[in-house]
Design a protein around this ligand. Structure first.
Ligand SMILES: CC(C)(COP(=O)(O)OP(=O)(O)OC[C@H]1O[C@@H](n2cnc3c(N)ncnc32)[C@H](O)[C@@H]1OP(=O)(O)O)[C@@H](O)C(=O)NCCC(=O)NCCS
Length: 185
């Protein structure tokens, strides 16, 4: 479906202001209830390291995610993850398989170009089913992080999703608290 769509991958440092703005506008549309988070910036929380998106032949960005590689603490272990955020498909394009396509491309990027052991993200209940449908695993262990708005240490107790990349799921210590050692994505 939609053979003309193209997937693009880029380091944050190479993004033009025009592209940043297009992504910001996509995020405002996709996250309608929390659009204020993207009033001036194309991310909320930790600054991304890379962006992955799907665009139409005329360059319109219709699906997007970003991530940062970081070594986090899980119990007494250090694990390299891709902290993932700003996962969004434009409302006009949702439920047509673009989210799945983006995630398939993401898995390939994480294996071949920016190696990590696991993908990591937190999400709200109403999209947890999407991540499970596209290959993530739910663990729901608490995580410590700095709050994006206040910088204060906070604990997340909602949905936690793990994507095995270079390590099998069994290697993820799912009973332990995750220390993100910074802001979430
Ligand atoms: C969540 C989101 C990225 C999904 O993208 P999408 O392009 O609509 O998803 P797809 O069409 O590729 O769906 C892939 C699978 O997930 C399922 N799915 C999609 N959205 C779902 C949801 N909200 N809950 C449960 N399952 C969902 C689809 O039914 C499909 O399953 P199937 O292939 O087994 O039939 C998109 O709805 C979105 O951008 N939402 C607003 C922003 C947001 O909340 N992002 C997540 C932040 S953590």
């Amino acid at each position: 479906m939609f053979p003309d769509l193209r997937c693009r991958f880029m380091p944050e440092d190479d993004m033009t202001p025009t592209r940043q703005e297009a992504i910001r506008q996509l995020l405002v549309r996709a996250f309608a209830d929390t659009a204020h988070r993207f009033a001036t910036a194309s991310y909320w929380g930790a600054r991304p390291e890379y962006r992955l998106w799907i665009e139409t032949p005329d360059g319109t960005i219709v699906a997007h995610l970003d991530f940062e590689r970081r070594v986090v603490g899980v119990g007494d272990r250090d694990i390299r993850i891709a902290g993932t955020g700003e996962v969004a498909v434009h409302p006009d394009w949702q439920r047509h398989g673009l989210g799945r396509r983006l995630m398939n491309a993401f898995r390939a990027v994480l294996r071949e170009r920016t190696p990590v052991d696991f993908g990591y993200l937190n999400c709200l209940e109403d999209v947890a089913g999407f991540y499970i449908a596209v290959g993530w695993h739910r663990t729901d262990q608490p995580s410590l992080r700095l709050h994006p708005d206040t910088g204060e240490p906070t604990t997340w107790t909602g949905a936690t999703m793990i994507l095995p990349v270079r390590q099998p799921l069994e290697r993820w210590p799912r009973e332990e608290t995750v220390d993100l050692r910074g802001m979430s994505w």
